[in-house]
Design a binder for this molecule. Sequence first.
Ligand SMILES: [Ca+2]
Ligand SMILES: [Ca+2]
Ligand SMILES: [Ca+2]
Ligand SMILES: [Zn+2]
Length: 456
Amino acid sequence: MPVVSALPLATDALERFSHAGGHVGWEEAAHQGGRTVFVRKSELWNAARCFSVAGAISVVGCGVSLAPDGSSGPRTTLGSSVVPDPTGPAFQEGPSNGAFDEAELVDVAEQSRLIQGRIAGSDDVDIYDLGFVSPGDRIIVTMSADLTLDGALALFDEDGAALLVNDNRNVYLGRREPFIDVVASRFSSSCYVAVSATPTLDDVGDYTLVASKQPDSPVSEGRSSTVLLVFSGGDDVRIGRRPAVDVQPFDAEGIHPSFADQTDQMVAELVAMVREDYEAYDINILSTSEGDRFDGSMSRVFFGTFDPGLLGVAEGVDEFDADQQQEAIIFTDTFAAFSQIEPTVLQMAQALANVTSHEIGHLLGLVHTRDTLGIMDITASLRGLTADQAFRASPLHETVFPIGDQDSIDLLLGTLGGDAELADLKRAASEERSKVIFDSAGLPDRSDFHLSTCGL
Ligand SMILES: [Ca+2]
Ligand SMILES: [Ca+2]
Ligand SMILES: [Ca+2]
Ligand SMILES: [Zn+2]
């Protein structure tokens, strides 16, 4: 699935992106006649969030290759034809179910259940507790709704951490109703399914869910992945349905003349920083700067070129890394916007690394959060982006879902596999770092440099 990440840029470009730029929900942004246009996330969420960031907004197949049934791989929601049979009596929404501790218990242990409710607008979230889950329990939730309600579904564990957020079952097949299909990998005393309107929409309407739980599905231990960082340029690089671009070899001078002789150093630093972010997981971060080459079976991140509104763009939010050959671009020349805060080479490398790890995160299934110290954040200022970000548990950005968190560490361990002990150490280090209060005296106000981490 596509997500395009775009980090809107500075000042006026940033200004224009400031409302939506951060919207994970709005996968695609485009300038049209001086106006920034965002495509409803619901139109893009599931399918490859492909977007074009310039010109017309078209949601079409991006680089994700789909099987005839629309599926793109194992565990993706795209192509599943599963429809649980509702056998139990319908559960009717009660008066108050808008927070995890108000969730209404709908036990699906013995039988699948119909749940009927109403979304009364953008403020309304309905939360149901499907009860205890064990490793291997497969949770499936389908949703049908009035035409006036474009809904979104999310499944959360007992801590309110999202297992999956889904807004569209299959964009390619024109299926806009959301769909959840997840196999639990650990015990949880509660498993919450939450319903809302697609974020940023004020839709109203009745809905019906069918929720089921089946035991004894195989629990994935993760599947390793490889990403090649490409600093050597590339011809006809196409991200989703964006126009193909020729990417020139990376040259730090394109960011600022003062970096002219520091290309090699900047590359070496940023490669090391990205590796550090992914150190705990089974993913190989290769680099053309070290002689590595594309072998046809890896994802690639290109470094170069310019985009008027984005720092980076990725092919999509690829749930569970179903597609292991995807592409992203870090628009390095766009980072010239950082010159207004006069970053050092290391700070510049860090900003590039943060955005790189962010776009790779999308290719592994992560969505946007609101936490300036987190890699999937889209709220940090330019200055904030020059500080080290890390994978951590962070609140979902409101354009993704109105409640809940994303624990990037758990999700990456589940998707890729890795060293859980090391991941825990890094989590603790990140929490320590978050206690540091930055002294912002004398620095430009964040609003001066608002940027969303990505065009996603
Ligand atoms: Ca309601
Ligand atoms: Ca992927
Ligand atoms: Ca980092
Ligand atoms: Zn993004």
